[in-house]
Design a binder for this molecule. Structure first.
Ligand code: URA
Ligand code: SF4
Length: 267
């Protein structure tokens, strides 16, 4: 790995304060369980195939939670639904599920594709070589892993680090939608093709998607009750390890995110 040719990584402290202050609330309101997970059948709108066996999932969080409340909701989703999940074949070979890590009300969420061997072993996303590069990218933004939230589209390791299949991402994405509904970020960075295509309900190549802002949820996912935010697709750090010449493009994308969040570039 070219550990020293990433985006310049000045030391934090952050100026952007991406995590929101705690505002205590009395009760956690969630929406009644209706058709939020069902495919849209409106003419023209792509259907979102969600496995029917996800009907047992909790309704979407529809309210802005304090950090403590959001932490508790995320933990509940993880413990009650994700840890024992057998909704796709990836459950067979996992050591453990990898739910996500970081600030429960982060303004910025990074979404990767799925755990690798190191993540499967440690139960935390982006801790291997690609993860270390992601951590440096976050540091270059003058942020820390604790200030942002990091997760993946699929929560179980695809054997041999293969790309998750469409059906596996469809089976797992209801967990990601619920994570996002709880966290309510201002911006999402989608890392690589599978995450970008899933979050944008698009088949466009990553080289075409990256570097541009999109509305999330996109029209194809408009039935999801997630507060709107901005989404920036960029290259995956594992790709940057193989193609370090592309790091400049990713740094440009991340600078756009910093600008949107009001984080000053270090001088
Ligand atoms: N690659 C990913 O997409 N996610 C991880 O958690 C690690 C590597
Ligand atoms: Fe369940 Fe997701 Fe793991 Fe598949 S990848 S078994 S849907 S948690």
């Amino acid at each position: 790995m070219a550990a020293d040719d990433g985006p310049a990584a000045p030391a934090p402290p952050s100026k952007g304060a991406p995590a929101r202050p705690d505002t205590p609330r009395s009760a956690v309101k969630t929406r009644p369980p209706t058709a939020v997970d069902r495919p849209t059948t409106t003419a023209g709108a792509p259907t979102l195939p969600i496995a029917p066996d996800h009907r047992g999932l909790p309704p979407f969080c529809t309210e802005s939670l304090s950090a403590d409340e959001a932490r508790a909701e995320l933990a509940r989703l993880d413990t009650t639904h994700v840890k024992g999940c057998e909704h796709c074949e990836l459950c067979a070979k996992r050591t453990q599920t990898v739910f996500g890590v970081g600030h429960p009300r982060a303004e910025l969420v990074f979404v990767g594709e799925g755990p690798g061997a190191d993540e499967d072993r440690q139960g935390e996303p982006f801790v291997g070589m690609a993860g270390q590069l992601l951590t440096r990218m976050i540091a270059a933004m003058t942020l820390t892993r604790e200030q942002v939230y990091i997760c993946n589209v699929v929560k179980c390791r695809p054997p041999g680090n293969r790309t998750p299949q469409e059906t596996e991402m469809e089976a797992c994405s209801p967990y990601l939608w619920r994570q996002l509904a709880i966290i309510r970020p201002k911006a999402i960075v989608a890392l690589g093709r599978p995450a970008s295509q899933t979050l944008l309900a698009s088949k466009a190549p990553i080289g075409k998607l990256r570097g541009n802002w999109y509305d999330f949820p996109p029209p194809g996912l408009s039935h999801l009750e997630i507060p709107p935010c901005r989404l920036m697709p960029t290259f995956h750090p594992a790709y940057l390890l193989r193609s370090p010449g592309e790091k400049r493009k990713v740094w440009e994308d991340l600078q756009q995110v910093m600008s949107f969040l009001g984080i000053e570039l270090p001088s």
